[in-house]
Ligand binder design. Structure first.
Ligand code: NI
Length: 192
């Protein structure tokens, strides 16, 4: 299956809201499976359709401890509880990381690759990844959730980053800093 090009900031599609899928037809399934291949090839934990230029509500996830990828259509976080600080990165913001606020646990529902409605409670990395990917469908990027007074930092993609990398501050414009401009984009305003 073909690998899809992954859009990077500041591509406008990353800031748009994806539309609900009415029927999961062959085209939607094909897109989902191509997204799985693209995510795996890029070494990502998750990918949302916005990131490959399609404004439809599809996310795919590959948990490190799971063999099969997860595919969800019209995914929804129906409940979330608590707050924790976690490190996050994104295939659409290559070479960058940030410390963001995420829920302790969430309740989730969506249609799986068999079009079956699945509902479950998630925590840890799965919860974080779902929040991140569902955000993408709403035009929200993880820097919108940066812990107060922190900024994105660069990582050396060829090796594991170290604690000292966290002190390396970057400033690449309005799309990736935690300025009010970013928080007030129309897409994020709907959620925040
Ligand atoms: Ni992402």
């Amino acid at each position: 299956m073909p690998l899809l090009p992954i859009l990077e900031i500041p591509h406008p599609t990353l800031r748009m809201r994806a539309k609900k899928i009415r029927s999961i037809d062959k085209k939607a399934l094909r897109l989902a499976y191509d997204m799985v291949d693209t995510m795996r090839d890029a070494g990502g934990v998750g990918l949302a359709a916005n990131q490959v230029g399609e404004l439809v509500r599809i996310i795919v996830l590959q948990m490190p401890d799971e063999e099969e990828a997860r595919i969800y259509f019209n995914p929804e976080v129906t409940k979330s509880e608590g707050m924790r600080e976690v490190e996050e990165g994104c295939l659409s913001l290559p070479g960058l990381r940030g410390i963001v606020e995420r829920s302790i646990w969430i309740k989730f529902q969506g249609l799986d690759h068999c079009q079956k409605l699945v509902k479950f409670k998630a925590e840890d990395l799965l919860s974080q990844a779902i929040e991140h990917e569902v955000d993408h469908l709403n035009g929200i990027l993880y820097p919108d959730h940066l812990v107060a007074h922190t900024r994105l930092y660069k990582i050396d993609e060829t090796q594991e980053h170290t604690e000292s990398d966290r002190n390396l501050q970057v400033d690449q414009g309005q799309n990736i800093d935690d300025s009010d401009d970013t928080r007030n984009t129309p897409a994020s305003a709907k959620i925040k």
